[in-house]
Ligand binder design. Structure first.
Ligand code: ZN
Length: 318
């Protein structure tokens, strides 16, 4: 309403596309782009959580590019329509990233469109629009943002500059990890929005790592939300990182004000209590999907199929 009121005031015609589902599919963004072309849209505004924001970015891209289902994820791309983003959750950081994650049935998982061309032209990250977010979604999205900060901080592609943002993001998110249940004040929402936007800036530089890579099959096949899947996997990841980059992991504990690995795992278990028993077939299929991904390559650990199998097995009894 706030957006359309403003557009009306400026005399700018608009059309709503409101068919974006959770974890949007390739078919959905094609449908949105067809509408954009029919209406001769000059720009695209994405309003919502990660799914509508990511869909808007790809719709803007498809309005100016003819891409088949393979090219959609590889490019090359021409300039998209200008993209305006209004997040209504504080989590994905999509308002400041060059990524859009889609469900791709052809690949049997979630896949990212990644190009600097889909950095939003304008983002309006106003915490006022996150006030009515439910407790579950608040927890899921905050943990997703925390995963972005921690993965970005420990990625092979981390830089001294992205580390500054990662530490700041962890600081703003972690002070509220115990405030996520029950009613949440504007001040807390503001910190969560700031922290998640900073964490988005981090992953735009560093990318995500093992947690996101391993989380996608849990969302695609098991229906766990993105943040919930990441939250279950995060402690397994920090345990690996403690071996290869103990100094950075110590710094994470210091910023999060937890005593160490066990304390961190307990904190996440309290927020996200789910367990995931997987069959031998599921384990084998997920490991096969995850091994060749960019997320594994960005992980600062010599990842083997055995390590992935052990982590997925560990979700049954975390
Ligand atoms: Zn994420």
């Amino acid at each position: 309403q706030a957006v359309t009121d403003q557009l009306d005031k400026e005399g700018i015609a608009w059309t709503v596309f409101d068919e974006v589902e959770n974890n949007p599919s390739v078919a959905t963004v094609r449908k949105g782009a067809a509408l954009g072309k029919d209406e001769h849209a000059d720009f695209v505004i994405g309003i919502g959580g990660g799914s509508p924001m990511d869909a808007a970015k790809v719709i803007a891209l498809l309005c100016t590019n003819d891409l088949d289902d393979t090219q959609l994820f590889t490019g090359p791309y021409q300039k998209p329509l200008p993209i305006v983003i209004v997040p209504t959750t504080a989590g994905t950081g999509s308002e400041v990233t060059k990524y859009a994650v889609l469900t791709n049935p052809a690949a049997g998982t979630k896949q990212s469109v990644s190009t600097p061309l889909i950095f939003p032209t304008i983002s309006l990250a106003d915490p006022a629009y996150t006030m009515s977010v439910s407790e579950t979604v608040t927890i899921d999205t905050t943990i997703d943002a925390l995963a972005h900060a921690i993965e970005g901080y420990t990625s092979q592609n981390a830089t001294p500059i992205s580390d500054v943002w990662a530490e700041e993001a962890m600081r703003f998110l972690s002070i509220h990890l115990t405030d996520l249940k029950g009613p949440i004040s504007y001040d807390v929402r503001e910190d969560l929005m700031y922290g998640s936007t900073l964490a988005g800036i981090v992953i735009s530089q560093s990318g995500t790592t093992l947690v996101h890579g391993m989380g996608y099959p849990l969302t695609y096949y098991k229906g766990f939300t993105h943040g919930r899947a990441n939250g279950m996997l995060l402690p397994f990841y920090t345990k690996l990182m403690a071996e290869t980059m103990p100094d950075k992991v110590e710094k994470i504990w210091e910023i999060l004000e937890v005593s160490g690995q066990d304390d961190f795992a307990a904190l996440l278990k309290d927020l996200i209590p789910e367990t995931v028993p997987l069959t031998a077939e599921e384990l084998a299929a997920y490991v096969k999907l995850v091994m060749p991904t960019r997320a594994v390559k960005a992980t600062a650990y010599d990842i083997t199929p055995q390590i992935l199998t052990e982590i997925y097995k560990g979700l049954a009894d975390r």
